[in-house]
Design a protein around this ligand. Sequence first.
Ligand code: SAM
Ligand code: SF4
Ligand code: SF4
Length: 389
Amino acid sequence: MSTKAFRLQYLAKAAAGVPRDLVNTFINARIHPIRPTVLIYNCTWVCDAKCEMCSNWKFGDRKSDMTLAQLEPAMDHPFWGAVENLNISGGEPTTRNDLPDMVELFQRHLPRMRKVGINTTGLTPHRAIPMLTRIVKFCAETGLLLSVRVSLDGIGDIHNQVRQVKRGFDKAVRTIEAMQALAKEYPNFQFGIAATIFAMNLQDAENILAWARTRGLDVVFNMLRFTDAMLHNKELEEKIAFREREEAFMRKFFLDRVAEESVLSGQAFMYLHYADMIANGYHRTMPCPFQSQGLLLNPNGDLHYCENSEKIGNVLDEPAETLYFRAENLKHRQHLKDRVCPTCLSPCQVNVGAMKQFVPYAKFLKRAYQVKRDPGRHVETLPVAEQVR
Ligand SMILES: C[S@@+](CC[C@H](N)C(=O)[O-])C[C@H]1O[C@@H](n2cnc3c(N)ncnc32)[C@H](O)[C@@H]1O
Ligand code: SF4
Ligand code: SF4
């Protein structure tokens, strides 16, 4: 389906939860911790690529992945009853034969789930296409929105180099074409590509955009970041972090996207904030639902509040609810809020948080219109305290 129509469906579903969200944001979260509404499940670190900007592939170990028989009892608890958005990532989710069964398991245990997101390399089309097709059909039957993105970090050989996979581009394109055809048939299914830009593929960012456009594909550009709980790539920071050239390029690139995108799209919101962060010395102004209502579950059952939190326990040893509400863990979450969030680049489910924080969102809309009119005046639109460069 078209991205616009999908967004409208998502907004309609989100709107149904607005009174509850308001109560949660303004009252409950300030008095006592609220249950998670967003969940990321990295279902394996096993991977079919060896990317230059992510080291998950070095940690693949099928034997330590939770089986569905282990996952099911961990999810069988009312604690999970508030989760609305689930993202399944990894490693490469389609390396697990039981991926469709996993989605069905979550659907059984997450009664408020509205939307499932899956990130995939698309590099093993003969496995990915049938699996994802089954998931699309299941979500259609059960009234779930599904969003799938195939990662594409260059057109042709650059993608093969970034991912270190022979003919990786051709393989990914097979999955992309099959998913795009499926999205035309199923209104609950949104499909697009995701690109991570860094020094190695900077020169291809515009090509990716043009390639996606000519095919009518929705594309998201990830901001390069470093996190061990999600990407195992802190050790890469020194080698591949943005230097001045990449910062200048990406700031302009993000502002150009704001100029083109509808300001109501979640992407414009994210891109403007990334441009802000590059301009203001990496001071985060984006909200994040993981500060108060999220969890990250890793393949072996390790639980984190978010991609930058320490491990707060393991769901195979103790119920997630106990770990989530444990006083010393909540203290750690407060520490994250105070010390790590202010410079964090994570985009995870940012739009969920954005729409629930009405005043900051209204301020964003105002600035986005100003920047759209005149991207050259971006720095002037920053709140005074942030005008660093
Ligand atoms: C970690 S991957 C997992 C799913 C699947 N293996 C894939 O590559 O799509 C999820 C997304 O993170 C992106 N990613 C990888 N390394 C990154 C980095 N250093 N900074 C930001 N995003 C990154 C990938 O390009 C991909 O779109
Ligand atoms: S970005 Fe995805 S494909 Fe690449 S190593 Fe990380 S998990 Fe694997
Ligand atoms: S550290 Fe980042 S991902 Fe974690 S809660 Fe803060 S802003 Fe969100």
